[in-house]
Design a protein around this ligand. Structure first.
Ligand SMILES: [Zn+2]
Ligand SMILES: [Zn+2]
Length: 353
């Protein structure tokens, strides 16, 4: 039975997120209704709530790290999507422009990332009991994985894109700087691609967790010369590829110093605020054939690979959860918890309203 109303949360102003209700929408022919199981709070979500970023308007009813099950489908939805299937939703794209046809769906100029409704609310309303999306946005995820772990499909997709862009190959030495959530996801995906992974951090808690995961050699860069240690671990060669999973000048300096001298590849995974400096000259890049690779967001193909990595348990996303879960009705407390420094991902149970 589909209820007559759905409930969704929206950030009204910095420091305030509240639950609203609306009539259950009518589905268009190519749309599905998803009953949302759980959603994790991304950094971009809570930073807007905390007033740290002004990248999106208010009121903002967004969210993107979620999974749910198909509750209803329009008459034109393909048979591969059935009621009860567990899914997440890729960012919208038109699928007919030149960028989309070249596979770069996240570059689509016609995408409607943050639609606005008749009441002036922006966003796709994923912090919600139910949410609507087009069938072209659906990606299936295994249903035998805990929902809060399956909800990592979007961040994993962004990591997959970076690893593909850097052409990480089997047996290569890949160093990940930063053992936070995104660092450990980068390390696991690089390993799934066949690399031998080394990870560094300065925080004892993150170092301990990285060691527990047993996926990489771990360097405590607060107490060790990380560049020398990478050279030692790679028999003097240096890293084939370095992934900076933190946006800081120190990380960039380390990365460029530990790369192998010729044809090293360097992935700049996150942005840094305030914008960090990077000390490298055009002639250095020229003579050393260095590749500096920017990556952000993910294409539909990356989401498909992320789904496979999670569904077939080729990576573990549970490490970044400390079991902190809030009901949708307590969304304000959930955001306050997410914005507390040192917290891993916070999960919201969308059926508890
Ligand atoms: Zn996110
Ligand atoms: Zn397009």
């Amino acid at each position: 039975m589909i209820p007559e109303k759905l409930y969704y949360a929206a950030i009204m102003e910095p420091g305030k997120i509240a639950v609203h209700e609306m009539p259950m929408p009518e589905l268009k022919a190519d749309q599905v209704l998803i009953k949302v199981e759980k959603i994790n709070i991304c950094t971009t979500d809570y930073q807007q709530w905390a007033g740290l970023r002004n990248h999106q308007p208010f009121p903002m009813a967004a969210g993107h790290e979620f999974v749910g099950t198909i509750a209803a489908k329009g008459e034109a939805v393909h048979k591969q999507f059935q009621i009860g299937d567990r899914v997440s939703a890729v960012y919208e794209s038109c699928n007919v422009c030149s960028d989309c046809r070249h596979g770069n769906t996240s570059d689509c100029k016609y995408k409607e990332l943050l639609p606005i409704d008749a009441n002036g609310f922006h966003g796709n309303k994923r912090f919600a009991t139910y949410t609507v999306t087009k069938q072209s946005c659906l990606v299936k995820v295994a249903s035998d994985i805990p929902a809060e772990q399956a909800a990592f499909i979007e961040p994993v997709a962004t990591v997959v894109q970076g690893v593909k862009k850097a052409k990480i190959a089997p047996m290569e030495d890949v160093v990940v700087i930063g053992a936070g959530t995104m660092g450990l996801l980068n390390a696991q995906v690089a390993k799934a691609w066949g690399a031998r992974v080394i990870i560094s951090d300065i925080d004892p808690k993150k170092i301990a967790r990285a060691k527990e995961m047993n996926i990489a050699e771990v360097i405590d860069s607060a107490n060790t010369d990380v560049v020398e240690e990478v050279k030692r671990l790679t028999d003097g060669k240096g890293a084939d590829c370095v992934i900076a999973a933190v946006g800081s000048s120190i990380a960039y300096k380390q990365a460029l110093s530990m790369l192998k001298p010729l044809r090293g590849r360097f992935i700049l995974f996150p942005a840094g605020y305030p914008e960090p400096e990077m000390d490298i000259t055009p002639n250095y890049i020229h003579y050393h054939r260095t590749e500096i690779i920017g990556t952000v967001s993910a294409n539909v193909a990356d989401w498909e690979d992320a789904s496979r990595l999670i569904s077939k348990k080729l990576i573990n996303t549970g490490f970044s959860l400390e079991g902190k879960e809030f009901a949708l009705r307590d969304i304000q407390d959930a955001f306050a918890a997410a914005a507390t420094p040192g917290t891993y991902r916070i999960t919201v149970n969308c059926q508890e309203v």
